[in-house]
Design a protein around this ligand. Structure first.
Ligand code: TYM
Length: 334
């Protein structure tokens, strides 16, 4: 607990262009939960280098992502918004947790399997131990809750296993975190291949709506979205393309899938897709405007980066010192 509130941790990678999936599956929930919890939102730049990055681009994207967190409505005076690489405790705890994680566990991670297939020329040790760094991120702040999309569930389960294992050996050191999965939008699918998740690394740009896409592009991508020949706006697994569009529309408007079905009863896919596009624009356009405004205020963003890194370091150091003592590292001489 901090200030009598439970603790929330989450993060996003500053890799590629963020998609509507990242927004609806994660960021939107973060904003909804931010009053209830003491929150830490990290730009996880250390995770990003498990795949080769251009340094200047990574730096630029990391800053853009941090700005986006604020633009989405997270108040940086209340929520700790910071760069993972500014808090050395992440790497230090990650090392310790590596020694409490089994190769067999990491071998089972589906994201590792997918990423190593995609980057066969660079299957580095960081890619393999990525979930341990993620566990360190979460456990470092004693987080109670971690809002993520469904694709991160396996990593969350591993984090819980590591925390429980450590606690069984050394007493109650870590809070065992729970995942928070939103009711809608937890798995937004590609607009072109609705059985595949919408992803920033998708080679087909028409499959994803990027958060910075202009309104015309968003409408065009929605109009081109793959559907079926049923000609019926119904929320069922047999119509994955339509189901995904209903999910997107629901998440953007707050309507339930059955309300959406009634709204479009007897209407064609053309009308429906247009409405989905407009609903997405109505969410993303204000966000984009706010990003531009904030980007212009360099001194403000810099001050947030500095203050919040100090705050994150303070809480991280508390956990880290405790863990170091537990495993037997010598006390510091003051
Ligand atoms: P990342 O950067 O791939 O994605 C950020 C968040 O967006 C969610 N997400 C989606 N949700 C719904 N539909 C989609 N199509 C979709 N695509 C992505 C992800 O589930 C995630 O919540 N390993 C993490 C980053 C991370 C992290 C952490 C998260 C590092 N440390 C600690 C939570 C706690 C990742 O790569 O997310």
């Amino acid at each position: 607990m901090i200030n009598d509130k439970k603790i929330l941790f989450s993060g996003m990678q500053a890799t590629g262009n963020l998609t509507l999936g990242n927004y609806l599956g994660a960021l939107k929930n973060w904003v909804n939960l931010s009053d209830e919890y003491e929150c830490f939102y990290s730009v996880v730049d250390m995770h990003s280098i498990t795949v080769r990055q251009d340094p200047a681009t990574l730096r630029k994207r990391a800053r853009a992502l941090l700005t986006l967190y604020i633009a989405a409505g997270l108040d940086p005076k209340k929520n700790c918004i910071y760069y993972q690489s500014h808090v050395s405790g992440h790497a230090e705890l990650s090392w310790i947790l590596n020694c409490f994680t089994y190769m067999g566990e990491l071998n089972r991670m589906t994201q590792f399997k997918d990423k190593s297939a995609k980057h066969a020329d660079n299957i580095n040790a960081g890619l393999f131990t990525y979930p341990v760094l993620m566990a360190a991120d979460i456990l470092l702040y004693q987080a109670d809750v971690v809002p993520v999309g469904i694709d991160q569930m396996q990593h969350l389960e591993l984090t819980r296993d590591i925390a429980i294992r450590f606690n069984n050996l050394y007493g109650d050191v870590f809070t065992v975190p729970e995942a928070y999965i939103g009711k809608v939008g937890a798995k937004i699918m590609s607009l072109q291949e609705p059985c595949k998740k919408m992803s920033k690394s998708d080679e087909n740009p028409n499959g994803s709506i990027y958060l910075m896409d202009d309104p015309d592009t968003i409408i065009r991508k929605c109009k081109r979205a793959v559907t079926d020949s049923e000609a019926c706006v119904a929320y069922r697994d047999e119509q994955p393309g339509v189901k995904n569009l209903i999910d997107i529309y629901s998440a953007c408007t707050g309507k339930t899938p059955s309300e959406v079905e009634s709204e479009f009863e007897g209407k064609g896919y053309g009308d429906f897709k247009m409405a989905v596009g407009e609903a997405v624009v109505s969410i993303l356009k204000p966000l984009q405007d706010r990003v531009k405004e904030l980007e212009a205020d360099k001194a403000y963003i810099d001050s947030i980066i500095k203050e919040n890194a100090e705050k994150a370091n303070y809480y991280a150091a508390k956990t880290l010192r405790k863990v170091q003592r537990k495993v037997g590292f010598p006390d510091r001489i003051r």
